[in-house]
Design a protein around this ligand. Sequence first.
Ligand code: ADP
Ligand code: ADP
Ligand code: MG
Length: 472
Amino acid sequence: MLRKILIANRGEIAVRIIRACAEMGIRSVAIYSEADRFALHVKKADESYCIGSEPLAGYLNIYGLVNLAATTGCDAIHPGYGFLSENAEFASACKKRGLIFIGPSEDVIRRMGDKTEARKAMTAAGIPVTPGTDGNLENADEALTVAEKIGYPVMLKATSGGGGRGIRRCDNAADLQRNFQRVISEATKAFGSADVFLEKCIVNPRHIEVQVLADHHGNTIHLYERDCSIQRRNQKLIEIAPSPQLGEAQRQYLGGLSVIAAKAVGYTNAGTVEFLLDDNDRFYFMEMNTRVQVEHTITEAITGVDIVEEQIRIAAGLPLRFKQHEIVRRGYALQFRVNAEDPQNSFLPSFGRISRYYAPGGPGVRTDTAIYTGYEIPPFYDSMLAKVIVDALTWEDVIKRGERALRDMGLFGIKTTIPYYLEILQHADFRAATFNTGFVDKYPELINYSNKPRPDVLASVIAAVMAAHTGL
Ligand code: ADP
Ligand code: ADP
Ligand code: MG
């Protein structure tokens, strides 16, 4: 087993990994920028090292991090998500230094990180893929020709994109002409690559993804699916496991398909195969994420498998502890990404000081976060502050529990996405599980919640007014 792991990340996912290490008797090493001096992961790890005054550079410094891991006596690096988690060069640098990279092989990261390569590999494996270009586009003319062939609307996408960026829907030739340079410059800035490709836009699809685990002994299993259709600007807001929109036969089919996909590329460690589901109940492979995902938590909730622990065990060379038929699924789980954003102001980041915070609790509630009362949110990083995860035996109950947990949470001093989520949970389409990725845009009125004070807030206001009048 591994003895000491450097966590090449920050925030809630660093804390999540530290917790897994603690349970496994593994020493954890945290890293932090000057801006993160007061971050929770720094306090929670067994050892912490400052990696410079630049907010981002240190977290992205491949050789600096590998060096630090080696000199502090670590035998492995966990990259978390974002940052260097899908960087093949990082995996390679670890290997060269005799360190274990907790993730798939360098080769698999490279192939799956390139969305056109991934599409090719999946097509070769017989997995249905969204119709589109074979490789990258040479120029706007080629894009127009291909779009004519597959039919509008089309999606113009950055080949090395991620985090919902570098994606534009084009409804006609003029749109495509206009967006071509825009996506290229976006991709160059965000991902350091100007490669773009086209695929058919699946109109109002559901985003369904499957969690897979594969060891180094030829065993590959899946842990069922997550429905991440509740998104804004191609970024996930609320995730659900399993999808309340799938029948059991579809679920089994998709799970099996994902295992085939993972095996076809020689996948090892934890990964996610993302699909779009169209109105005719057809699945199309979209991309594979070669890392732990933000929403791995809800899969843990319904299966009881600790995915980060499994990642570490697999990296250590241990065989999987579960066979496919031993994976037991129970009930439903929801994850709410509590972002420091103002939904009423185009989801603009709302950084600042958290004047007061207390976590929601009670049965079936988990909170993954790195915030605390008095914490000053640095403006350099992700706006996701916390993940509230709830689980219950039925779909109706998990919605009620989600509502209760969000109201139970106390988070003051900044604007968050919580009031918006409370509106979504009330919506008939959400409750009937008949939503798709167009949900957020379809119901803009859900963002106008200010004129409806939360019942709990209203109750405390009324109590205060009554107290003032009665002199209590
Ligand atoms: P998930 O797929 O787990 O839901 P997200 O898409 O929300 O994750 O991305 C998680 C984090 O990783 C975000 O901070 C996002 O900006 C970052 N990220 C994801 N892919 C990339 C990428 N290719 N390049 C840079 N950052 C990325
Ligand atoms: P990222 O790497 O940023 O996660 P994805 O390729 O996974 O990018 O796409 C992110 C989101 O964009 C999807 O969840 C979906 O909502 C939307 N999307 C991507 N491709 C298509 C498509 N061909 N048709 C419709 N929606 C799409
Ligand atoms: Mg994706």
